[in-house]
Design a binder for this molecule. Structure first.
Ligand code: ACM
Length: 369
C-alpha cells in the first residue's frame, strides 16, 4: 500500500483512539522495509513476478493470477516519516519482522538464509509454505543485523517477530537443524522454533525491548519475556496470561477484518469467513476464563487487516470501516455499557464523518467499491 495511504489510515486510527499500528513488513510474498546492510532484501525480495487473485483456493491447479509483476518497499526515510506522523497523533508503530516462517522473500534475496541453499523466488500465491529460515549462527547474525536497523527506526518498546505458521518439514530434513537440536538438547522441532524465538527474546531484552509473537510461539515452550498475540482463537492468550505473560487479543473471530462483513454472496471475494459489525461490537477482549490478576496481562486487542485479497487502498478501507468504529468502542468502554441498538443510531454520525474524510467504508457505495 502506498505510503500516503498509510498516513491517511493513521489519521483515521487516531480519530478513533486506536493507538498502536502493527505494521507487518515482511512476508513470503515481499520484503517491504529497506535494510541498508542487506540491499538485496528489497532489490530482490520486494518484487514478485505475479500475484494470485480471488477466489481463494488451496488447489494449485485452480489458482488464478493477475498476470503482472508486483512490488515496492518503504525506504528508511518513509519509515521515519510514518513513525513520526503516528507519534504526532499518539500512535506507536509496532514493526513486525517475520521469523522463522513466512520469510521466503528474504530467502529469495539471500538463499543461504534457507535450509537447502537452493535459490527460490519470492512467492506469488498466498498461504503457508515449507520454505522457512535455517537455524544456523549465520541466520541469527543476519537477523540481529536487521533488528539493529529496525530498532534505530522504531522507538516502540515492543518488537514483533512473527512466529506463526512455520512448518517444520525442512528442519526435519536438514542436518544442521538436527545437529542444532542435539547440541541444544531440544526434544523436537517445536522446541527448535522456541529456541530460535528465545534467542531473539533475550537479544531484544538486552536492548531494552520486548518481544511479541503470534500464539504459535507457545508450542515449544514460551520465551521468558515474550508477549503473545492470540490469533487462533483465545486459547493462546488465556494460556499465556495464566502463565504470567502479557497478551494482545487478536482472535480471527471477530477481529480479522480481512474476513467479509457478511455471508452475502455480494461481498467482495476474500480470505473466507465473515465477522459482522455486530460480532465485532459484541467482542469482550478480556476472556472470562481469566481471574482479575490474570486479566491485567491483557494489554488490549487488535484488528487485523491482511491485504492479500485487497488490491488497493479503497478495498482496505471497505474492509476496515465501519468495523474499526465498533472495535474502538469495544476497547475504550466497559463491556457492560455497550448497546448495539444505540451504536446503530450513533453510526449515522460516524458514517457521515467517514464520508467527509473520503473513506470508502462498506455501505457508502452500491455496488461496493
Ligand atoms: C496469522 O494470521 N497468520 C497471524
Amino acid at each position: 500500500m502506498p505510503k500516503e495511504f498509510v498516513l491517511k489510515h493513521l489519521e483515521l486510527l487516531a480519530l478513533h483512539k486506536l493507538n498502536v499500528f502493527h505494521w507487518h513488513l515482511t512476508e513470503d510474498q515481499g520484503w517491504r522495509i529497506e535494510i541498508k546492510k542487506y540491499p538485496k532484501l528489497t532489490s530482490i525480495g520486494a518484487f514478485r513476478k505475479d500475484s494470485m487473485t480471488a477466489p481463494r483456493t488451496k488447489d494449485p491447479a485452480a489458482r488464478k493470477f493477475a498476470g503482472r509483476p508486483h512490488g515496492g518497499f518503504y525506504t528508511q526515510d518513509d519509515v521515519r516519516e510514518v513513525v513520526r506522523y503516528a507519534a504526532d497523533r499518539g500512535i506507536t508503530v509496532l514493526p513486525e519482522i517475520e521469523m522463522p516462517g513466512h520469510a521466503m522473500a528474504a530467502i529469495a534475496a539471500y538463499p543461504e538464509l534457507g535450509n537447502t541453499g537452493k535459490p527460490i523466488e519470492v512467492l506469488t500465491y498466498w498461504g503457508i509454505t515449507d520454505h522457512v529460515l535455517g537455524v544456523t549462527d549465520n541466520v541469527l547474525r543476519f537477523f540481529e543485523d536487521v533488528f539493529d536497523e529496525v530498532l534505530e527506526l522504531f522507538p516502540s518498546k515492543f518488537i514483533h517477530v512473527g512466529g506463526d505458521e512455520c512448518p517444520k518439514t525442512e528442519w526435519r530434513n536438514t542436518p544442521s537443524a538436527q545437529e542444532r537440536m542435539k547440541k541444544e538438547g531440544l526434544k523436537n522441532e517445536d522446541e527448535l522454533q522456541s529456541w530460535f524465538i528465545r534467542h531473539f527474546d533475550s537479544w531484544l531484552a538486552k536492548r531494552g525491548r520486548r518481544l511479541v509473537g503470534w500464539d504459535e510461539i507457545l508450542e515449544g515452550g514460551l520465551a521468558p519475556g515474550a508477549t503473545v498475540m492470540s490469533w487462533r482463537g483465545e486459547e493462546g492468550g488465556i494460556a499465556a496470561a495464566k502463565a504470567g505473560h502479557d497478551v494482545v487479543m487478536a482472535p480471527t473471530k471477530p477481529t480479522y477484518m480481512d474476513y467479509s462483513h457478511t455471508e452475502l454472496p455480494t461481498e467482495p471475494s476474500g480470505i473466507g469467513g465473515y465477522n459482522s459489525l455486530e460480532d465485532v461490537y459484541a467482542y469482550q477482549p478480556v476472556p472470562k476464563e481469566l481471574s482479575a490478576a490474570e486479566a491485567k496481562h491483557v494489554l488490549g486487542a487488535q484488528g487485523q487487516i491482511w491485504t492479500e485479497y485487497m488490491p488497493d487502498p479503497k478495498r482496505v478501507e471497505y474492509m476496515a470501516w465501519p468495523r474499526l468504529v465498533a472495535l474502538a468502542e469495544v476497547l475504550w468502554s466497559p463491556g457492560e455499557t455497550r448497546n448495539w441498538a444505540d451504536l446503530q443510531k450513533r453510526l449515522a454520525t460516524h458514517l457521515e464523518r467517514l464520508a467527509i474524510l473520503d473513506v470508502n467504508y462498506r455501505g457508502r457505495f452500491n455496488p461496493p467499491d
